[in-house]
Design a protein around this ligand. Sequence first.
Ligand code: NDP
Length: 328
Amino acid sequence: MSAFKAVVIDKNQSGQSVAIRSFDEADLMDGDVTVRVSHSTLNYKDGLAITGKAPVVRRFPMIPGVDLAGIVEASSNPEFKPGDAVVLNGWGLGETHLGAYAEKVRVKGDWLIPLPQGLSAEQAMAIGTAGYTAMLCLMALERHGLSPERGPAIVTGAVGGVGSVAVALLAKAGWHVIASTGRPEEADYLKGLGATEILDRGELAGQPRPLAKERWAAGVDTVGSTTLANVLSMTKYGGAIAACGLAGGMDLPATVAPFILRNVALLGVDSVMAPKALRIEAWNRIARELDHDTLAAMTTVIPLDQVLEAGQKIVDGRIKGRVVVEVA
Ligand code: NDP
């Protein structure tokens, strides 16, 4: 196929526009592996790219989509051959390199990992960057020496993609999970994923105090800003919070009090440039530890044609769990 279907973001003097249209294979970027994409997914960053709400796209035209699962079509990379099932998360896909909302991508083989054993392409994209980031957060907490005996773990933005997987993974690992959400009507959904308690996110939205009553030993924060400042102020002595998101804002109106008076740690988590060995470890653990029925319960599948609408919904905070995009 010399032309294929793709979501394309263009920019001209009147601004950014996005449409589903034909894209010429000759315009693909450099890379040593060509992949026929079967599935992608919807992450918050994809919503930012589609809507133009934040400048995540740094080259035009751009095909958004930071995650893909597919089959290698051609390869001059010794690690991959035609027919191999592969997954790619991040590495600038959909930001600086033409991304996954397309029937075809050309990428560096170094960015690809084999589809983890025991997962279908659709399941791998139900996990996607959001799920793999949730696992990176759990691994960061464990590396810090934390375990469920130390006390509860909080997850903020719990109904969202990263939050939903984090709730499920922490619960499976034996944590008492406190799920913070602005959608109390989703309490049954969160309990189904393994949450023990539901916390109204309004309780984390007030002016943060330097220190507040100690409530949890660990946490995964997808919201940032005032929420993260409040979460830190309520973290038990010696606890840690893995911070990966900014759905509520990029600022952090906190004091150093939790760090210097309670020995609390703030653990930064990035998925985009994470080294390959860490990615493979995270994916293998997800494949082993994330219950397939739980994953299915948090997943919606949409065709590529609906991804523009879904992109608006995710930046509006109206997406529940994970969204798989069927590309093929
Ligand atoms: P979602 O939109 O699916 O989830 C975000 C959730 O945050 C919402 O569902 C909502 O949860 C909550 N939320 C949204 N707006 C606000 C607000 N103003 N105040 C408080 N809570 C809010 O996004 P994802 O789960 O895909 O991503 C979450 C964050 O993690 C994003 O900022 C994303 O950019 C970041 N991220 C970072 C990665 C990394 O490598 N560091 C990788 C992947 C994601 P609820 O309805 O339950 O209140």
